[in-house]
Design a protein. Structure first.
Length: 186
């Protein structure tokens, strides 16, 4: 498990104070920096929980994606696209999963140059065990109540939609929205 830093001050708040002195308003910098810091904390927690299974979170994500597919296999190109990672990272993850016996790789009959990755029985077993352990950890968000989790999802979803993460989705089209990015009742 990840050892907390236990700093005597909040480094992001401290950075925000300095930012305001030098550059002006710090609200967006503080929020964005907090998102990145939480990502680092969550990834460290996830990797710590998955390490006994011989997985990193990146490899776990590949296995989950394969279990979600109808046939248990996907082209490497699709895996990279869905997980938003570089093709080299996908190849590296697949190589390691193949070496561990969690994935098989074969030529894609629909694409002469492409490669399909398919989850094995051992891969299904390990992804189920990893999922149980991550769920027991509340995916690192056990300090939040259900309503807060919903709010966090909605806020981050607006950022994702604003960046074009989902084709054809409008930022204001989410549930509980009166208009573009404006929650009801505000």
């Amino acid at each position: 498990m990840v050892r907390p830093l236990g700093l005597p001050f909040d480094p992001i708040e401290r950075a925000a104070e300095t930012w305001e002195e030098r550059f002006g308003p710090a609200a967006t910098m503080r929020a964005a920096t907090s998102v990145f810091r939480v990502q680092q904390i969550l990834l460290a927690r996830f990797d710590g929980v998955l390490k006994p299974h011989g997985l990193t979170f990146a490899r776990y994500e590949v296995l989950v994606l394969l279990t979600f597919s109808r046939t248990g296999e996907l082209p490497l190109k699709v895996i990279g696209s869905r997980l938003m990672v570089h093709p080299t990272s996908v190849t590296n993850a697949i190589d390691r999963l193949v070496a561990a016996g969690y994935v098989d790789r074969r030529p894609n009959p629909a694409d002469g140059r492409g490669v399909l990755a398919g989850i094995t029985g051992a891969g299904r077993t390990v992804v189920e065990a990893g999922t149980r352990d991550l769920a027991a950890l509340d995916f690192g968000l056990g300090d939040l109540r259900n309503g807060e989790l919903d709010t966090l999802f909605d806020v981050l979803r607006r950022v994702r939609l604003g960046a074009g993460d989902v084709a054809g989705e409008d930022v204001g089209a989410g549930p509980g929205q009166d208009g573009p990015g404006v929650p009801r009742g505000r």
